[in-house]
Design a protein around this ligand. Structure first.
Ligand code: 4AD
Ligand code: MG
Length: 462
């Protein structure tokens, strides 16, 4: 079937053009001698108004019975629409009904709560808001690749299954083929993972960083963009158990280079959304957050603030604000602190750098003060942490000592240590949480709305 996309028809069509479109019925209204049928094919927010005249052979049999959610195709001629709300309409010469949705179709023409929509993950992309998220997600993925491709970063496919814990936080999903009821036992009665599929304990990755470092230390610039998994018991609007991360890694980069790249990347993505996704952003600005366009334009033009963790703590301590979590040097910043810095103190994205080493991962480069590491987080208004990154520890002895100090097993990281033995070089990188970015560009409040099939504790439906 040679059908046109409704987005193309609405953008380029002229009165008199013959077109065929296909999609799903949003609404039907009957006039005396014809029906108005709104058809949406997901190519854009707007639906196309189709005029189905009573002279159509299947008018009585099908068209006047059309329900919301039914699948149809219409062939006809475009005409200037006398009605309000659309410039063009389609006068149908033929009207095919593929299937009629029963009246219990869960998406009737009214506003549904996002919580309700999560329960119908198989149907929710047929709503304007979740379809707009999907289009924007697609556009942001493409932009992320373009950004790194234009700057000489090679896309590396890092593994999903691994045997080392990048973040050292122990929040990993085990991957095993051992029988859960009766696993093989070692001499101490523990599960004998040497008998498991990979011959040792394996898990879903929490980050592609360590493997991206391997390629940065050979291709100079690499990035990975893939799913990552965290078995943390976080029921928040900002955490998922499965999320996507974009992780660039560059040799001969220091922390300043890393921060500059992160700032350029975020602005590039926001500008891309403003330029290429105007209709979807206008929709979110109207329905979800009326300050969205202003916020995004400001981010695209702004110079991100930079502040050391130590100075950020001083700012927060002096702030006349009753935080739920105590502010103290050495504790991690909570979302409320991050948002305060980005929204109130600076009023724009801010990069906090040089964090205490005890709250950061083992691989970060230690400063000479013995207390802090060359880490940075990019914090944005409304969300808090969007990016986490660092310069990596490139000194063999220092890294080895840190692994021992944290009680990690040197055996698990032998190849990572090898990179510091053979041709070690300064290098740095970061990870941008793709769904946090989606929260930023849509104005939506909950991360479960911006990934097609969200996973969180207790939920892996669809
Ligand atoms: O700060 P994180 O844990 O950093 C890393 O994983 C590093 N290995 C990245 C690197 O340097 N290559 O995670 C990076 C980003 C966070 O800033 C946040 O945006 C997002 O990933 N993130 C999550 N997003 C959704 N749900 C979760 N549970 C997330 N945990 C982290
Ligand atoms: Mg982090």
């Amino acid at each position: 079937m040679n059908t046109g996309r409704i987005s193309t028809v609405l953008r380029n069509g002229k009165a008199g053009d013959a077109v065929t479109i296909a999609g799903w019925v949003r609404t039907r209204r009957d006039a005396k001698t014809f029906s108005f049928v709104e058809v949406n094919d997901g190519s854009c927010v707007a639906s196309l108004q189709v005029i189905a005249d009573q002279s159509l052979p299947n008018y009585q049999a099908d068209i006047v019975k059309l329900t919301t959610g039914s699948a149809v195709a219409c062939r006809g001629v475009l005409a200037v629409s006398p009605g309000k709300g659309q410039a063009l309409e389609l006068r149908a010469a033929s009207f095919t009904v593929f299937s009629m949705a029963p009246s219990d179709f869960p998406l009737q023409k009214k506003r549904h709560s996002f919580e309700y929509l999560r329960e119908i993950g198989h149907l929710r992309p047929r709503t304007n808001s979740i379809a707009a998220v999907a289009r924007l997600r697609n556009s942001m993925s493409f932009a992320a690749h373009t950004f790194f491709q234009e700057r000489g970063f090679a896309y590396v496919h890092t593994p999903i299954i691994g045997t080392s814990d990048c973040e050292g936080a122990g929040e990993m999903f085990r991957v095993t083929t051992l029988p859960p009821d009766n696993p093989p036992r070692d001499e101490n009665g523990g599960v004998d993972f040497t008998k498991d599929f990979f011959g040792k304990k394996a898990s879903l990755t929490v980050s592609g960083q360590l493997e991206a470092e391997i390629y940065a230390l050979s291709l100079s610039r690499a990035y990975t963009f893939g799913p990552t998994f965290r078995a943390e018991d976080s029921n928040t609007p900002r955490h998922l158990a499965e999320f996507w991360m974009i992780e660039p890694e560059a040799a001969f980069f220091d922390l300043d280079d890393d921060m500059a790249l992160a700032e350029e990347f975020v602005k590039y993505l926001v500008r891309h959304a403003l330029d290429k996704n105007q209709d979807d952003l206008a929709f979110f600005n109207e329905r979800i957050d009326t300050s969205l366009l202003a916020t995004l334009s400001a981010i695209a033009e702004s110079e991100f603030a930079r502040v050391s963790y130590t100075d950020a703590i001083t700012i927060l301590e002096k702030a006349n604000e009753s935080f739920d979590f105590k502010v103290a040097w050495g504790s991690d910043l909570q979302t409320e602190h991050e948002r305060y810095l980005a929204e109130t103190t600076f009023g724009k994205p801010v990069i906090v750098h040089d964090y205490p080493k005890q709250i950061k991962a083992f691989y970060m480069k230690q400063n000479d003060d013995g207390k802090t590491v060359r880490a940075m987080d990019v914090l944005v208004p409304r969300i808090g942490e969007l990016i986490g990154g660092s310069e990596r520890e490139d000194r063999f002895d220092v890294l080895r000592a840190r692994i021992a100090e944290l009680g990690l097993s040197e055996k698990d990281y032998w190849w990572y240590l090898d990179l510091r033995k053979y041709g070690s070089a300064p290098h740095a990188g970061f990870g941008l949480g793709f769904e946090r970015l989606m929260l930023l560009v849509t104005g939506l409040q909950n991360i479960r709305e911006v990934i097609p099939f969200p996973r969180w504790p207790g939920n892996a439906e669809f």
